[in-house]
Structures are given as structure tokens and as C-alpha cells.
Design a protein around this ligand. Structure first.
Ligand SMILES: Cc1ncc(COP(=O)(O)O)c(C=O)c1O
Length: 456
């Protein structure tokens, strides 16, 4: 592009685009970063500068990497044949993707399409609320969520979110959402106990008993907390959650918006932990960002609750998502899944995930600022501290400085960002499922340099 064309575009953006999660004042000076090309693990900005992307499109989305012509072709072929019809009717890719997806999720059987993670979660909440109205006059309507988890940007998804800074100033919130404690051993007073996982999950039972078991409809959990600091649940955690939910007739809603579609080395994060969800939501990696699609998957038992006699005018799921009828989403998702299978990407995630974790542990030996390293597959975090003994978190500005230095070196890494009070101190890595050892080495070298460059 010619310099004057570049400056026209940058000026149009600066004048008119309101960017996500961004303080615009500094951007008025610097201009936005504009990413205009991508291939594999790498992207280029509008000035031609190349970056290695260790965060799959910023927010753990582009699982199969950039520039996949076969996905673009699948979408083009589908759109020229049939672009859209409301999903009260069926579509060919919608039916085919549902079948393929359900094959990866034993125990689940129904697929409801919409187009963002927040929306998929809202569907899960609406199912629980309506079921409660159909079965017990709306009493079993409460939904329990967990401190540090995030479930989306809409008011009700935020009502189910355990991140104070994400929620601040957007209330009042939807009633009937109740918080349980997080399960991060490193930041829990009894995190060192051998049965910490059972203890942390046991908090759910206390809350169910406090609220009244006949009032609690579901618990909504990320399998591995993402933006709240990359928290892998401790041993025994999900088994205990399962036992408690079975005991009190509470549905389990697992939010796979980040972990779904291979990110952790299995198709879904929950599949590491032997839990049997009733509702599973997913979005980001489902079509790797090539088209917008989200899914709320349920068991057949839950679906059957909504199979009322047609003379009951209200006893079915009266919900719609206009763009849940776009065929580009399932067409892209089918090809995305084919790529993950054909290229054995789940194996690559497991291998590269172990390698990255080892390299992060090496960095931890070298730099005491890294207090804790955690993650599964290609979904990893480094918890930064002022002093490893006290575990006091660094200020958010330190994590921001490390990420900014990596960017200067041509590597994009992530960090927890204006989410939690005091704990926006985790560096986050989520490279595409195709990454190689060389890519990981480049990422680790950049972080190593950036930490070394911090003022002492
Ligand atoms: C775990 C989780 N759930 C839900 C969402 C919301 O997804 P969306 O931004 O597509 O609405 C996100 C977004 O980051 C997420 O991380």
C-alpha cells in the first residue's frame, strides 16, 4: 500500500472506530495497531511489520492459524449456494457440523447455533430458567458461577462473571446469580492441602445448602479459567462438582468458549476431568475466527424436557438468534474440524504444550518474578509476583510492560487485562494449534528478554 493510502485508512479508523477493551486517549496519539495479513502463526500490520502471534488473534481464537484457503473456499462455496435462512429451518452445513460435533462429545446430543460466546451462554441460562418455570414455578432458577471465571459481555453473562473490574459500572445485574470461590491453589490459603481440589469444589455444596437446593438450577464453570488467570482445576475438583450436582439435581453448564476445539489437547477441556455436563457452550475456536459461530450443546434428556405437547403453547424453547442461521459458520466449522483431524493437531497441542510448560518452568528458575506457571495444552499462564515468598502480585503495568516489550521484539503475547482487582498479573500464551518448537522458542526468548529489560 502507498503511504497516503495507509494514512487515509489509519485516519478513518482513528476518527470513527470505537475499539474493544481500549482506552482511546493514548490511541489518539499512537493510532491503532492495524493487522492486515496473516499466514500460519504470523501476522503483518499495515506498515508491513511481521509478528509471531502467541495469542491466536489476541483472544485465543484462530486455532488452525491464518490464511487457510480451504476454509475460505468452503465458506465461499456455501455462501454462493445458500447464505442464510433463519435457523427455524435447517441447513446442510448446520446438520453436518452438528453430527460431527456430537461425535466428539459422548453424552451430548443437541446443537443450538448462535454467534458469540456470550450468546451461547445466555442460551444455557435461558434453558435453566425456562426449565425451572416449566417444572417448579420458576423456583429452581438460581445459577452459580465462580470467582475469576468470565462468561461474556452481555449484562446477564456479566452477571455470571466473577471478575470485578469487568463488571464494575455496568450494573445493576440480573438477579439469581450466586458466586462460589475460585479453585486456584496458588492463591488460596489452603491451596497446599492434598485434598484442596475436593475442598474447593465442596464450596459449591455449602452454597447450594445456603441458597436452598430447591432454588439452584445450574452451575456454570469454565473447565480451565481463561482470562481470570489460566487456572487448571486441582485434582478431584470436577469429580466432586459432579457428585454434588447429582446429589442436588443441579445441571452442569461448562463454558468451553476458550478451551473448546482442541486448545487443551482434547476436543474439549472438560474431557480431561471426567465430568458429565448437561450443557456445553463453545465459540472462539469452533471456526477459528473464519466465520462467527457459537454453539450451545445439550444432552438429549435436557432437550426432551422441551418436547411438550404442541397444544402447550409455551412449553418449547422460544428463543432465536438471527445470525444463528448464517451458513458460513457451520461451513467454516466443518472444514476447521477436518483440518484439526487431518493434521493431527490434538497431538501437536499435547506435545507443544508440554514443551512450552517446560520452557516456562526454565524461565521461572531464571526470573523470580515468575511465581507460578500453569496450563494445559497450548493454553498457558505465568503468574507474576513481586516476591516469590510473599506471592504478592505485580502491578498490572508490569505485565503490560512485558507484553509491550515482546511486541517490540515482534512477538504478541497476552496478559490478564483489567479483569480482577489486584490480580491482572498473569502473562497468557495461546498460540495456534499448529505451532512448532521454533515458534515456542521465539516466544520464550522474547519473554526472557522482556523480563530482563524490566527496570530493577
Ligand atoms: C470463557 C469465555 N466465555 C465466554 C466468552 C464470551 O465470548 P464472546 O466474546 O464471543 O461473546 C469469553 C470471551 O473471551 C470467554 O473467555
Amino acid at each position: 500500500m502507498k503511504p497516503n493510502e495507509i494514512s487515509d485508512i489509519v485516519n478513518s479508523d482513528k476518527s470513527h472506530v470505537w475499539h474493544h477493551l481500549s482506552q482511546h486517549k493514548p490511541m489518539q496519539e499512537t493510532g491503532p495497531m492495524m493487522i492486515v495479513e496473516g499466514k500460519g502463526m504470523r501476522v503483518k500490520d499495515i506498515n508491513g511489520r511481521e509478528y509471531l502471534d502467541a495469542v491466536s488473534g489476541g483472544v485465543w481464537t484462530v486455532n488452525v492459524g491464518y490464511g487457510r484457503e480451504s476454509i475460505a473456499n468452503a465458506v465461499r462455496d456455501q455462501l454462493t449456494k445458500m447464505c442464510y435462512f433463519a435457523n427455524s429451518a435447517g441447513s446442510i452445513p448446520g446438520a453436518q457440523f452438528a453430527e460431527k460435533l456430537i461425535n466428539k462429545m459422548p453424552g451430548l446430543n443437541r446443537v443450538y447455533y448462535s454467534n458469540s460466546g456470550s450468546e451461547a451462554n445466555e442460551k444455557g441460562f435461558k434453558l435453566v430458567r425456562q426449565l425451572s418455570h416449566m417444572k417448579n414455578d420458576g423456583k429452581k432458577h438460581k445459577i452459580i458461577y465462580r470467582d475469576r471465571d468470565y462468561h461474556g459481555t452481555t449484562i446477564t453473562a456479566l452477571s455470571a462473571t466473577g471478575q470485578a473490574q469487568r463488571k464494575d459500572q455496568y450494573g445493576p445485574y440480573t438477579p439469581g446469580f450466586v458466586e462460589m470461590p475460585h479453585c486456584l491453589a496458588y492463591r488460596s490459603p489452603n491451596g497446599g492441602d492434598s485434598d484442596f481440589g475436593v475442598q474447593a469444589a465442596g464450596e459449591l455444596e455449602k452454597i447450594i445448602l445456603r441458597e436452598g437446593p430447591d432454588t439452584v438450577g445450574s452451575v456454570c464453570l469454565e473447565p480451565i479459567t481463561a482470562g481470570g488467570g489460566v487456572i487448571v482445576p486441582p485434582e478431584g475438583y470436577f469429580e466432586t462438582i459432579q457428585e454434588i450436582c447429582t446429589k442436588y439435581g443441579v445441571l452442569i453448564h461448562i463454558d468451553e468458549v476458550v478451551c473448546g476445539m482442541g486448545r487443551t489437547g482434547k476436543w474439549f477441556g472438560y474431557q480431561h476431568f471426567g465430568v458429565k455436563p448437561d450443557i456445553v457452550t463453545m465459540a472462539k475456536g469452533v471456526a477459528s475466527g473464519y466465520a462467527a459461530i457459537s454453539v450451545t450443546a445439550t444432552t438429549e434428556d435436557l432437550f426432551k424436557e422441551f418436547l411438550a405437547d404442541p397444544s402447550d403453547k409455551m412449553g418449547y424453547f422460544r428463543d432465536i438468534s438471527t445470525f444463528g442461521g448464517c451458513t458460513a459458520g457451520p461451513a467454516a466449522a466443518l472444514e476447521n474440524m477436518r483440518i484439526i483431524e487431518e493434521e493431527n493437531l490434538l497431538d501437536n497441542v499435547t506435545k507443544m504444550g508440554h514443551y512450552t510448560l517446560d520452557r516456562l518452568h526454565e524461565l521461572q528458575q531464571k526470573h523470580p518474578i515468575i511465581g507460578d506457571v500453569r496450563g494445559k495444552g497450548l493454553f498457558l499462564g505465568a503468574d507474576l509476583v513481586k516476591d516469590p515468598k510473599t506471592r504478592e502480585p505485580v502491578d498490572e503495568s508490569v505485565a503490560a510492560a512485558i507484553a509491550a516489550d515482546c511486541l517490540k521484539q515482534g512477538v504478541m503475547i497476552g496478559r490478564t487485562n483489567r479483569s480482577l482487582n489486584d490480580y491482572n498479573n498473569t502473562l497468557c500464551l495461546s498460540p495456534a494449534l499448529i505451532c512448532t518448537k521454533d515458534d515456542i522458542d521465539e516466544i520464550i526468548t522474547a519473554i526472557d528478554n522482556a523480563i530482563t529489560n524490566l527496570p530493577s
